[in-house]
Ligand binder design. Structure first.
Ligand SMILES: *Cc1c(COP(=O)(O)O)cnc(C)c1O
Length: 388
């Protein structure tokens, strides 16, 4: 944690380079020019401070990538124009036509859509979906042509976790690369590369940006060769690089990430405990609760909890919608990770199979606790409960 705080606040400062400015500038340039053609020709974009063209590298972006590589204990990070641009570049970077992928059932939904609607029909890949909780099921899903495992922990909706050390041990035994979406916990509360994962993805549109004002993503790995390939091929050719302005805003977001998360966590702990005490609440899903069925795994691999949770009311799905509509500070909208609280019924239109897998009803409510203060949010919830 000590090192994390320095990475968040000061890595990349190099005051002397930027006229002693305390904040490095945003380099809004698409190219760099040289005195001679030879100097231009010799640039190696993988070396420190070597820049030619903005799609390959940019000084502001480079500071951000150094910070994230340091936070995740990776050799190198690469930022993208969105979390999905990062995710799809990782899949395309690791897999080939015909590859087999093992993917957890409750990963971020657009990832499954990319697999089902592009990778399978257009690139002839094959995907086996697993729960992630059953190690035997994962071992059985392994095939000689399995190239990648796609993981997320905790996963959306009911915040199930996967035992990352156990799952990556299976993958390593069979020479399979592992990828995880670590957005929910940020590099502060979980370090998957230390637990054996090969590639970590974050969307910076959530806690890292932190102010609901950017879309961006990042990949990071200890495998320098793999990252060079992703930067030099997949990001270079698919072209989804992050813009310098968004990069600068992400750097600004990182400076306060730890302080914000501590506050988010404190609020979420109180709200989860409050919800558990309500007669009309059937079940609360939050990694910070002692009642979480996988608390032993959580204690082993997470060093904190965020402010996303879900719960079910003892009423109909229609009543659950009425309940969230009564909330004032919890805006009704997707996304999360900013300063503003949010509430949704994310499975309102889900199919029965998905509901059965998650073991919940259509009325599941997802809460994201922002920075409006615990008291204000509790008052808001109180009013909604009184109206039930
Ligand atoms: C929002 C989100 C994404 C996608 O990120 P974008 O930047 O919107 O592409 C991926 N994973 C999780 C867990 C998310 O919440």
């Amino acid at each position: 944690m000590k090192e994390d705080l320095i990475a968040l606040t000061h890595t990349g400062d190099e005051y002397g380079k930027y006229l002693n400015a305390v904040v490095p500038p945003v380099f809004l340039n698409s190219l760099h020019v040289f005195e001679t053609f030879e100097e231009y020709s010799q640039v190696d974009i993988f070396e420190e401070d070597q820049f030619v063209y903005g799609r390959s590298s940019n000084p502001t972006i480079h500071i951000l990538e150094r910070k994230i590589a340091q936070l995740e204990h990776g050799a190198r990070a690469a930022v993208f124009s969105s979390g999905m641009a990062a995710c799809t570049a990782a899949i395309m970077g690791v897999c080939s036509s015909g590859s087999h992928i093992i993917c957890m059932k409750d990963v971020y939904q657009p990832v499954k859509r990319f697999l089902n609607q592009v990778c399978i029909p257009r690139f002839k890949m094959q995907v086996t979906y697993v729960t992630g909780a059953d190690l035997e099921e994962i071992e059985k899903a392994v095939r000689p042509d399995t190239a990648l495992m796609i993981l997320e922990s905790p996963a959306t909706f009911v915040f199930r976790v996967i035992d990352l050390e156990a799952v990556t041990a299976i993958a390593k035994k069979h020479g399979i690369k592992t990828y995880i979406d670590n957005t929910c916990l940020t590099p502060i509360y979980q370090k998957p590369l230390e637990l054996g994962v090969d590639i970590v993805m974050h969307t910076m549109s959530k806690y890292i940006g932190g102010h609901s004002d950017i879309i961006g993503g990042v990949l990071v790995s200890k495998d320098e060769g793999l990252m060079r390939k992703i930067i030099g091929e997949m990001r270079e050719w698919l072209g989804g690089v992050l813009g310098p302005m968004e990069g600068w805003l992400a750097i600004r977001g990182l400076r306060t990430l730890h302080a914000r998360l501590e506050q988010h966590q404190r609020t979420a702990m109180e709200i989860a405990a409050y919800l558990e005490k309500q007669d009309k609440v059937r079940k609360v899903n939050y990694t910070g609760l002692e009642s979480h069925p996988q608390r032993d795994i959580i204690k082993k691999q997470q060093s904190g909890h965020t402010s996303l949770m879900s719960f079910e009311l003892d009423t109909s799905p229609e009543k659950a919608v009425e309940f969230i509509n009564k909330l004032h500070y919890f805006g009704k909208g997707c996304s999360w990770g900013g300063f503003e609280s949010l509430a949704l019924c994310p499975l309102y239109k889900a199919g029965q199979e998905e509901l059965d897998f998650l073991g919940v009803g259509r009325g599941l409510i997802r809460l994201y606790c922002g920075l409006e203060g615990t008291e204000n949010l509790l008052e808001d919830l109180d009013k909604a409960f009184l109206s039930l």
